[in-house]
Design a protein around this ligand. Structure first.
Ligand code: PGD
Length: 761
């Protein structure tokens, strides 16, 4: 039966959706100039066999009770009723709470969840653990920007201010002469924004700027990081060497007196220390164009010419998230800022520095006058946390001390982890090590709509609805459309929404009213919408009542044009509008960071050799970047994601000459391997990737032939089998999963079909 189309929203776009016998007909929101093809991943998602149909308990946990267990990831599951599952979860939470307190529970529950603001799974976990369990061990920062979000406040200001409001796309289209994009501006990244993205405008802005004459330059090992509309240039660097390249550019600018000394003196602190470092006054190593050329693989002539061409132009420098998701990822982020300062550009329209432009659809956009209220998360009764990407370290080494942003902290001893809305077996590095880490827990509880690898490692799996099966409100601070997310189908099998699951658990634990405040999901939506109405009314803006909003499906919100405001005010008068840094200026040298005494992140930006470098055993760099056909691992079974695979396997891109040398042909099944494991993929040969580099996107669901192997083989193509689980630096402890080293060869073993979407036994 075909039903009426309703309005809905995802992190990758707003859309109209109609249910026709459980096949979804999806029409992008009419106001979206460049909708994302990711929308088609929903088409057959509702009843996909990978969905979790009913509560499941791992056999080993059911029979032996909670405790560390090596069978996680390789065990059978037993279907149970909701009554039994909820009873056991409540009992286990009570046991852990009484024995260890909130310190025994990890509730970081990192992950992008889905677009609806009320059913945002991570917020639901946090509210539940705070209001019912008294708190939990949390995580801070993100896998997206772990290094930058800790570094930027020391040297220029809050990351969101710099990334979201650093510059606007309008300004770029109107004023920028050069956009120097370290890591490029790939549209596959800006097609998503957490909370929702009703208008995809990056392609249009890039086209307009290029037509006016903006010179786009993408510095990256992959040509595909810049869209064709930019009519831009591609400068291929060895992966992870941007910091050396930037130091080379700075050295040329200094040597040829092309720096803006007046700007550096008035608006920055620490330029003399930077110059001394480049000249080798600290350690006798002169860092000039030749020094940089040897590291980054670009000739010193090109570095010199490049530096000269930047001088005297309105230059915008941006550094992608990807660059800081690597060992010493802080350095290119810092040096991008130093380069913009040396050119005297910060605060000029369409010039200066912006962090991660194009990395998400939020960046370079205007802000809504008021934001949609978040679900209140209650108060966490304890203050124990880890930097998010240190989860395996915490579970494997409780009680061990570690550094973070000038503090010495200790990993807590966590017994129970509660996860909803994230997929650590997608997002974390070195998956064999991660499995070992999860094996240390007493209990892992996961709410999931599908049998992701994380669900397959859980002790208790509770089936969660997809957004399409519930009411919610979609919105993001940079999206001028608030979307009524109307359900298009009843919940799949026995699935329940996270709120209902938690409300029932809260009741069993005697804290129902603290958790729900007496509201059902619809009441909460009305309550949150009412708060938005109040915020807008304070600006004398009238809004339709909830039922009218719900009926019309979309509400247009007023915005403010605030791109570049902080740096403009600072440039106009640095005394009246100082930056939120210790000196109120751009910190080329940070006395605070220097005082921490970290060798891997000293007081000014430096080049540090990464641990992971190509060797005789592992001669290729692997770039494990964001996929183009899905958001992270979400809906990997969806139509669009599947259409980009070959025989159900992920595609790995490599340089044609490298392929010939390895006797690899187009479409061959290849094996990428290193000390951590093996991954199969289908080979795609190209000339648009630097020799010596292979690229395999993240997000293919982990599908190990033997999950318990010390070096597992994933037959589907998940690169996080191969990435190394080390932090970016002691300062930030960020995720460094973007780059690793591997060997690549044609696969000679037995090829078995991908099993990632077949539920476990
Ligand atoms: P997602 O695939 O978005 O990945 O990691 P993240 O864990 O966010 O996982 C979200 C999960 O939530 C999905 O499994 C989905 O089914 C589930 N979900 C969605 N909605 C709901 C809901 O309402 N309820 C419940 N219970 N579940 C829901 C992303 C992370 O990966 C990020 S942000 C980045 S930037 C990193 N990128 C890289 C990288 O570039 N390279 C490597 N090697 N590794 C990375 N990992 C990181």
């Amino acid at each position: 039966m075909t039903q009426k189309p309703v309005m809905h929203s995802a992190h990758w776009g707003a859309f109209h959706v109609q249910n026709s016998d459980d096949q979804l007909l999806i029409e992008p929101f009419r106001g979206d100039p460049d909708p994302s093809p990711l929308l088609q991943n929903f088409r057959q998602a509702l009843n996909h066999p990978a969905r979790v149909a009913q509560p499941m308990i791992r056999r080993g946990w059911l029979e032996n009770g909670p405790g560390p267990d090596e069978r996680r990831g390789a065990d059978e599951y037993v279907a149970v009723s909701w009554e039994e599952a909820s009873q056991r979860v409540a009992q286990e939470l009570q046991r852990v709470g009484e024995s260890y307190g909130p310190e025994g529970i990890f509730g970081g529950s990192y992950g992008w969840s889905s677009a609806g603001r009320f059913h945002h799974a991570q917020s639901q976990v946090h509210r539940f653990l705070n209001t019912v369990m008294g708190g939990y061990v949390r995580s801070v920062n993100s896998y997206s920007s772990g290094a930058a979000s800790v570094l930027l406040p020391h040297i220029i200001g809050d990351m969101n201010e710099i990334a979201r409001r650093g510059v606007s796309w309008e300004e770029i289209a109107r004023h920028s002469e050069v956009v120097l994009a370290f890591g490029g501006l790939a549209l596959k990244n800006s097609q998503v924004a957490s909370g929702g993205l009703s208008e995809h405008t990056e392609r249009g802005f890039i086209e307009r700027a290029a037509q006016r004459g903006t010179r786009f330059i993408s510095v990256s090992p992959l040509k595909s990081d810049l869209p064709d509309e930019a009519q831009g240039e591609w400068l291929a660097l060895r992966p992870g060497t941007d910091a050396a390249f930037m130091l080379g550019l700075l050295a040329v600018l200094i040597a040829e007196s092309l720096t803006d000394e007046a700007f550096l003196a008035r608006y920055c602190v620490g330029w003399p220390q930077m110059v001394a470092y480049l000249r080798g006054e600290e350690d006798g190593i002169v860092r000039d164009a030749q020094w940089a050329a040897a590291i980054c693989g670009v000739s010193s002539d090109i570095i010199s010419q490049f530096a000269r061409q930047l001088h005297g132009k309105r230059v915008l420098i941006t550094v992608a998230h990807a660059l800081q998701r690597a060992e010493h990822g802080e350095q290119p982020v810092w040096l991008g800022l130093v380069l913009a300062a040396a050119l005297g550009q910060p605060g000029l329209p369409g010039g200066g520095y912006t962090y991660a432009l194009g990395a998400l659809g939020h960046y370079g956009k205007h802000h809504n006058l008021v934001s949609f209220p978040a679900l209140p998360q209650g108060k966490n009764g304890i203050d124990r946390f880890i930097p998010v990407a240190r989860i395996a370290d915490m579970l494997l080494h409780p009680g061990t001390r570690f550094h973070y942003n000038g503090r010495q902290l200790t990993y807590p001893h966590v017994r129970l982890a509660y996860w909803a809305g994230g997929n650590p077996f997608h997002h974390h590095q070195d998956l064999a090590r991660l499995r070992q880490a999860f094996c240390q827990l007493d209990t892992l509880i996961v709410h999931e709509s599908a049998w992701t690898a994380t669900a397959r490692h859980a002790d208790i799996v509770l089936p969660a609805t997809m957004t399409l099966e519930r009411e919610d409100i979609g919105g993001a601070p940079t999206d001028r459309h608030l979307v009524a997310m109307q359900p298009v189908a009843a919940p799949y099998a026995e699935a329940r929404d996270d709120y209902t699951i938690f409300r029932d658990l809260a009741r069993r634990l005697g804290r129902e009213s603290a958790f729900s405040e007496g509201r059902d999901a619809r009441d909460w939506l009305q309550h949150l919408y009412g708060q938005l109405q109040e915020k807008l009314a304070a600006h004398a803006i009238q809004t339709p009542d909830f039922s009218q909003f719900w009926q019309q499906g979309v509400l247009e919100l007023p915005q403010v044009k605030d791109g570049g405001r902080m740096m403009r005010a600072f440039r106009d008068d640095p005394d009246a509008a100082p930056l939120p840094t210790p000196d109120g200026k751009i910190e080329i040298f940070s006395a605070v960071i220097a005082s921490f005494g970290y060798h891997d992140c000293p007081g000014h930006p430096v080049w540090r050799e990464p641990q992971q470098k190509p060797s005789a055993s592992y001669p290729f760099w692997l770039i494990a970047n964001q996929p183009a056909s899905r958001l992270h691992s979400q809906l990997d079974f969806g139509d669009y994601s599947q259409s980009t695979k070959r025989s159900g396997r992920e595609v790995c891109t490599l340089n044609r000459a490298d392929a010939v040398a390895q006797a690899i042909a187009e479409g061959d099944i290849i094996e990428l391997f290193n000390d951590r494991g093996h991954v199969l993929a289908s080979a795609r040969l190209t000339d648009t990737i630097m020799p010596g580099v292979v690229q395999l996107p993240t997000g293919a669901w982990y599908d190990p032939v033997d999950p318990t192997a010390a070096r597992p083989l994933c037959r589907h193509g998940n690169p996080n089998v191969l990435t190394m689980d080390i932090a970016t630096s002691s300062l930030t402890q960020g995720c460094s999963g973007q780059i690793t080293v591997v060997q690549v060869r044609k696969f000679a073993g037995e090829i078995t079909p991908v099993q990632a979407f077949t539920p476990p036994q």
